[in-house]
Design a binder for this molecule. Structure first.
Ligand code: AGP
Length: 610
């Protein structure tokens, strides 16, 4: 979850490292620090809180720091204090860590018994002490690392600097992401390629079990047995500008607005505009053995999980095999039944979510075919699956997922359609209907964007409410869940999403004249039933905010406030359009409440710990 950055070159590096951390701050933002080497000595500054609090301390680092590394933390072990902030220092050694050392307690006890004194409550500091002890008998970093690594259990992306080798940075990867940037007369490392974009597009993604040594002119990689490896760089396709705010007040707002173009790009890339044929090769479908697939299991977390739930309404219909959707954090621990006839699909924006990755490793071990629907290229999950469909939505920086959600829903739909096409099992009229709905999607999303002003007005009426209920039926139930999650995470308002039919089985007890209820009722086959649920709420004086068709006077008349939402002819794809209104609703409510929209408290964009 933490962000790590390293720099080694021939120019002053403090600013380069700080700016690298700024681009990574979405990974964690409860404390930060930078260490450099100058004159053979380690110098460091650290602060609790966000990077803004670290910035005034940067002048304390020597100008002539041509090598250094920084860290932005999401606390796991130990409170978010300056003392627990990384880099951790011991003698002439500095260490930063992304991940968790699971056996840190026993290691710490052993080290304390050996006379070591700890200065933080973190799990990470044990690695520093182990390394420092080892350096007394193995006086070079690589050799010492090879000796201590077998003692570590857990996940780690480690950055290490030592005054005894002042020209080199070390990077160690096991379980946590780590990428090297190859520059011209300088080299870098980071926990996320996004951080490197303005510096270089030439990158090497370390694999688990690898150590890299970086100097200004060389990158040497070996495995945990010390064997040297030849790892040529790959080239990133994202541009630095795509990761900027581009004039928007927040990344989230920019990413909401990007959706029509992102959706149009995905369709343009994967669907032939003349024939309607799906490009199954580019989608990774051709890499799967379709004849073997008897069932599909989606694994995902958070927003990605909700997107996958919508696939039940598209993929199952197109492919004709049972689809189940599992929370990755639960699935991996219940020893699920899996056999080689199951296709396991990981859905993930970052490609780094620890629980989702663990599910894929489990599925591979059970002989299943595995597939990823992912946004970040070269990330860990696509590297672990047999094939991948990249969303290519561009960098998503706001912690609250917006364009990734809608891209995922679209990709599930196209994936189902692609397999159905390849297996020749979708009736021609069904296929044609799907293609027509896809054609309507980008412009419907665009019209949904144009309701921003209206949604802002609605949000002004409700932003002080302490609770919200969202409800929908069919695929719109997932819109309700996603709408509630968005509101919770960026405005800190308690919100729950319910299936309309479930309300009367308990939650309706919460409804009174103070409770805002967002009802999503598009013109689909669930409409009549949903209107009955709306009536039930109205009879109990709930404050109804409707999300439905512009011309639906019947629904509109039942609601205190109404957000007109463009309609398209497919219920699964309609979720993409409906959710845009709810993204705006949570955004404007959060802005009015003055929360940190892009970096809400306690959260991190990539959840790389379990
Ligand atoms: C949603 O707004 C969150 N950012 C979160 O639920 C996220 O979707 C989840 O952590 C999964 O992340 P992933 O898509 O990168 O795997």
């Amino acid at each position: 979850m933490c962000g790590v950055v390293g720099f080694v070159g021939v120019r002053p590096g403090v600013r380069v490292i700080f700016e690298g951390l700024q681009r990574l701050e979405y990974r964690g933002y409860d404390s930060a620090g930078i260490a450099t080497i100058s004159g053979g000595k380690i110098h460091a500054v650290k602060s609790d809180g966000k990077l803004l609090r670290l910035e005034p301390l940067l002048h304390e680092l020597p100008e002539s720091s041509f090598i250094g590394m920084g860290h932005t933390r999401w606390a796991t072990h130990g409170a978010p204090t300056t003392q627990n902030a990384h880099p951790h220092l011991l003698g002439n050694l500095a260490l930063i860590h992304n991940g968790i050392i699971e056996n840190y307690r026993e290691l710490k006890q052993e080290l304390i018994a050996d006379g070591h004194v700890f200065s933080s409550e973190t799990d990470s500091e044990v690695v520093l002490h182990l390394l420092s002890r080892e350096l007394k008998t193995t006086p070079e970093i690589k050799g010492a690392l090879l000796k201590i690594i077998p003692r570590l259990r857990g996940a780690y992306g480690l950055g290490i600097m030592w005054g005894g080798e002042p020209e080199a940075l070390y990077l160690v990867k096991e379980g946590s992401p780590a990428v090297i940037g190859v520059g011209d007369g300088e080299n870098y490392f980071a926990s996320d390629a996004l951080s490197l974009l303005p510096l270089t597009k030439s990158v090497i993604f370390l694999n688990d079990g690898e150590i890299a040594r970086l100097t200004k002119s060389s990158v040497d990689i070996c495995d945990f047995s010390g064997k040297l490896l030849n790892r040529p760089p790959s080239i990133l396709s994202w541009t630095a500008a795509s990761a900027e705010k581009q004039g928007y007040r927040h990344y989230m707002l920019k990413e909401i607005h990007e959706q029509p173009a992102v959706l149009a790009n995905i369709i343009g890339r994967l669907v032939n505009p003349l024939t309607g044929a799906i490009d199954t090769k580019q989608m990774g479908i051709d890499d799967l053995d379709l004849a073997k697939i008897r069932s599909i299991v989606y694994v995902a977390c958070g927003t990605a999980y909700y997107s996958a739930m919508i696939s039940k309404y598209s993929v199952e219909q197109f492919i004709g095999v049972p689809v189940s959707v599992e929370l990755a954090s639960e699935f991996r621990y219940r020893d699920p039944y899996l056999d080689p006839s199951t296709l396991v699909i990981a859905v993930t924006q970052s490609g780094e979510t620890a629980d989702t990755l663990a599910c894929i490793k489990h599925a591979v071990a059970r002989g299943c075919q595995t597939f990823a629907i992912c946004n970040v290229q070269h990330s860990s999950i696509p590297r672990a699956t047999k094939a991948t469909l990249y969303m290519e939505a561009g960098p998503e920086v706001g912690v609250a997922s917006t364009k990734a959600f809608t891209s995922m829903v679209l990709c599930h739909y196209l994936f189902g359609l692609g397999i159905g096409q390849k297996k020749r099992q979708i009736p021609a009229d069904v296929y044609e209907k799907a293609i027509q709905a896809l054609k309507q999607l980008p412009s419907a999303a665009d019209r949904a964007i144009s309701t921003a002003g209206l949604v802002e007005d609605v949000s002004a009426k409700y932003y002080e409410s302490g609770n919200f209920i969202f409800m929908g039926r069919g695929p719109s139930f997932m819109v309700a869940l996603e709408g509630a999650l968005k509101l919770k995470e960026i405005s800190y308002i308690h919100a729950e999403g319910y299936a309309g039919g479930e309300l009367k089985h308990g939650p309706i007890a919460l409804v009174d004249k103070y409770m805002p209820i967002v009802a999503i009722a598009p013109l689909d086959s669930h409409y009549e039933k949903m209107i009955s649920n709306v009536e039930e709420v109205r009879a109990r004086e709930g404050l109804l905010i409707g999300v439905g068709d512009l011309h639906d006077e019947r629904f509109k008349n039942l609601c205190q406030d109404y957000i007109a939402c463009p309609q398209i002819s497919d219920a699964a794809l309609q979720t993409i359009v409906s959710v845009i209104s709810l993204q705006f609703l949570s955004y404007y409510i959060a802005v009015k409440r003055g929360t940190d929209v892009d970096q809400p408290r306690n959260l991190a964009k990539s959840v790389t710990v379990e």
